[in-house]
Ligand binder design. Structure first.
Ligand SMILES: Nc1ncnc2c1ncn2[C@@H]1O[C@H](COP(=O)(O)OP(=O)(O)OP(=O)(O)O)[C@@H](O)[C@H]1O
Length: 268
């Protein structure tokens, strides 16, 4: 496992008018690892993701990409770094097929016409590279896909465009058991292929099934960043609901920068 974060945030503050939503937040994500971002409703997860993806500017804080300071002043900067967010509502076009969706806005051309064979081949390669076997025809309209298949297409699209950090906002919400298992497997494979993955989820079973690290936001503060193997369900639930866990070892707590000092948690 890599020890240098792909992306590291330090001291991030974000307010909306008088309401401070993020306070001195430190957050690190690593290539080849799934980092679960957890927290109660309103803890600040979506706001943090929007700061990372350049949708919101931050009031304070530093960003480092592969250890180098970077500025993210808008979605274009984030995309340039290879940061991609797959939102719950997916932004897929129902009336287009899978290939058209995967290449939307970035179509390949051969002269004046679209290079359909090349796009189809690349889309097929991407799906095969992720061992995706749940999609039978790449020319299927997205409207005919199940929820899990739609997630799969949205995630494969991020991979096709060489994303290095993929942030998944509740990808398993509204999925049945079998589809959840498939999407979880895909999330794991993304990391195994070397990508840094951030997974927002309220489901502790999913978090523990797939993540390498867990980062917990509580009322806008990053209260812990720990290795998944170092904590129990109960401890994470306690962190989510009260911002602390009495039973979490002092080493973990100190290392996890309760004050958001930029230390990145129990990273040994
Ligand atoms: N544009 C905005 N203007 C004002 N307040 C906002 C805005 N966006 C979010 N907030 C507030 O910031 C806090 C954090 O919201 P955020 O959506 O980031 O939480 P979350 O952890 O993603 O929650 P959930 O799990 O419910 O999606 C909430 O109190 C919310 O009301």
């Amino acid at each position: 496992m890599s020890e240098t974060p792909l992306l590291e945030l330090r001291g991030v503050d974000k307010s909306f008018g008088p309401v401070q939503v993020l306070r001195d937040v430190a957050f690190s994500v690593y290539p080849g690892q799934v980092t679960a971002l957890v927290g109660d409703n309103g803890a600040g997860k979506s706001t943090l993701v929007k700061c990372i993806s350049g949708i919101y500017g931050t009031d304070a804080g530093e960003f480092f990409f592969e250890g180098r300071p970077v500025t993210v002043n808008g979605p274009r900067d984030a995309a340039g770094l290879g940061i991609d967010v797959v939102y719950q509502d997916l932004a897929l076009c129902d009336n287009l097929d899978i290939v058209q969706n995967m290449f939307l806005g970035r179509e390949r051309r051969s002269g004046l016409v679209l290079d359909e064979p090349a796009m189809e081949e690349l889309a097929a390669k991407t799906l095969a590279g992720l061992s995706i076997r749940t999609i039978s025809s790449l020319r299927q309209h997205v409207s005919s896909l199940s929820g899990g298949q739609r997630q799969t297409v949205a995630i494969a699209k991020a991979v096709l465009w060489n994303s290095r950090l993929v942030i998944l906002d509740e990808p398993m919400a509204a999925l049945g058991l079998a589809q959840t298992a498939q999407v979880l497997e895909l999330v794991r494979r993304l990391a195994d292929n070397g990508l840094a993955v951030v997974l927002i989820s309220h489901n502790m079973n999913d978090v523990f099934a797939v993540s390498d690290r867990i980062a917990t936001l509580y009322l806008g503060q990053m209260v812990a960043q720990v290795r998944t193997t170092d904590v129990t369900h109960a401890q994470v639930v306690e962190l989510i609901t009260s911002g602390r866990s009495g039973s979490l070892g002092t080493a973990g707590r100190n290392a996890n920068g309760y004050r958001g000092t930029g230390t990145t948690g129990a990273e040994k």
